[in-house]
Design a protein around this ligand. Structure first.
Ligand SMILES: [Ca+2]
Length: 449
């Protein structure tokens, strides 16, 4: 009774703390995106998010030719440059690895890249105008491949290498298309390559979602045989993925731009098109600033759990909002118990009334004793997967006490032997007295001698 009362008080305290902490932090309108982004303090500071630029693999454009992209678009983030991709050490703290227009990726160690993805890393890929198939080794991780050059015959007499796509061929509700940076209504893709989905299983052992963010117009086709005209068997229209996105379960994102030329100064600064808005929104999406899920105030009870206890459950609660502290719709929230990087128990969390508080009950009856961590994972389509670590949980087996011993064990293991000993000693006592008497007599005789 007293115990139940104590729990009720604990829960009441936890809930009131949660309600207080979930109150909106700021509701003022935003004038400048850079100011707005740090205002709520829910997203990581931009200068702590590392974008890694790999300068090996003979890229077709230099960093200088991507000046606007590096200085303006990526300006607020931390940029690090690396020359090789053969050890994981260089990738350790990076959020996004940028492979921009390489023509040869043979020096990249694929297991290093896979480890980066499994640890939640993101990839920004921009294909070179030629030799784009160099990226197939990376794309095949996700059952994707480059198709061939994309051309557009909208002018009917001249097949254009510059493909212009308007927002009817884009996922408009994606955070990179409609954002605080503006709306992307038309982009230009010069000398791009199309992406196709393979039937073969992905080479990476990971759960992921993938989709076309931008796809081909009806006049857009893949010139598979590279003869400059559209042949019958050549795919066209929505079958061609122009900008392809992968959201990995580990929390990373992969974006494949069909052409590095989309972001070189010549095109990114063209005021006719929204390539600048798109690249800005994409990098801020990559950099966990927009289309972001904030998971915080993770509470777990109990954190010490006797595994011999009847109720092997852990109550987990967390606050889940977007980057502006707004409630998210159609978000999936899971509480997970993780040991040595593996999820050993998980449960779906449910939203508490109309507050951004999510509750889950984790069943840990099949979990072996030892330490583990609570993680809360949230997924929303076009936002991606997000993971945040919560409290440490200790599952233990207490030392054996009388109260824990089964009555049968107690009867046959202790009570019966003790009773038999007592009964035996009572029966044998007269005999013992007699024997002692005789012993004394013998003793006396020996001494007398
Ligand atoms: Ca052709």
């Amino acid at each position: 009774m007293a115990n139940a009362m104590k729990w009720r008080i604990y829960l009441a305290i936890i809930f009131s703390l949660m309600i207080i902490s979930s109150l909106p932090i700021s509701s003022s309108t935003r004038a400048f995106y850079t100011k707005a982004i740090d205002k709520t303090g829910l997203t990581p500071p931009t200068n702590s998010v590392i974008f890694l630029y790999y300068n090996g693999g003979s890229p077709v454009y230099t960093k200088a030719q991507l000046g606007t992209f590096f200085n303006d678009v990526l300006g607020a983030f931390a940029i690090k440059e690396i020359t090789s991709l053969d050890t994981y050490k260089e990738l350790e703290n990076a959020s996004v690895l940028m492979l921009l227009g390489q023509t040869d990726l043979s020096s990249i160690k694929m297991d290093v890249l896979e480890q980066f993805i499994v640890e939640g890393g993101s990839l920004l890929i921009a294909l070179p105008p030629d030799n784009f198939s160099a990226f197939d080794s990376v794309l095949e991780l996700f059952s994707l491949r480059t198709y061939g050059k994309i051309l557009d015959n909208s002018s009917y007499y001249n097949n254009q290498t510059n493909v212009v796509v308007n927002d009817s061929f884009m996922i408009r509700e994606h955070p990179s298309i409609r954002s605080i940076f503006g709306n992307v209504s038309e982009i230009v893709i010069p000398n791009g390559a199309g992406i196709e989905r393979l039937d073969s299983p992905p080479l990476i052992n990971a759960t992921f979602e993938d989709y076309s963010l931008v796809w081909g117009l009806n006049s857009t086709f893949v010139d598979k045989n590279d003869n400059g005209v559209q042949d019958e068997d050549e795919p066209y229209g929505e079958n061609i993925s122009l900008i392809h996105v992968v959201e990995t379960w580990f929390g990373g994102k992969i974006v494949v731009l069909p052409s590095i030329e989309m972001i070189i100064d010549d095109y990114i600064l063209d005021p006719q098109f929204d390539n600048l808005i798109l690249s800005r929104a994409l990098t801020y999406w990559f950099g966990n600033q927009i289309g972001f899920i904030s998971i915080r105030n993770i509470v777990a009870t109990p954190t010490f759990l006797d595994i011999t206890h009847e109720k092997l459950e852990i109550n987990v609660s967390a606050i889940v909002t977007d980057e502006n502290n707004n409630t998210l719709s159609q978000v999936q929230v899971n509480a997970c118990l993780v040991r040595l990087g593996r999820v050993i128990s998980q449960a779906e969390a449910n939203r508490l009334n109309n507050k951004p508080i999510y509750l889950a009950i984790l069943n840990v009856s099949k979990v072996k004793p030892g330490a583990a961590y609570i993680y809360v994972m949230a997924y929303k389509k076009y936002f991606g997967y997000f993971w945040v670590r919560g409290p440490r949980i200790t599952l233990y087996k207490p030392p054996v006490t009388i109260g824990d011993i089964h009555p049968l064990v107690l009867v046959f293991g202790a009570i019966v032997p003790i009773l038999s000993a007592v009964i035996l000693s009572v029966y044998l006592f007269p005999e013992y007295r007699n024997k002692r008497k005789r012993l004394r007599e013998i003793e006396g005789k020996i001494i007398e001698k």
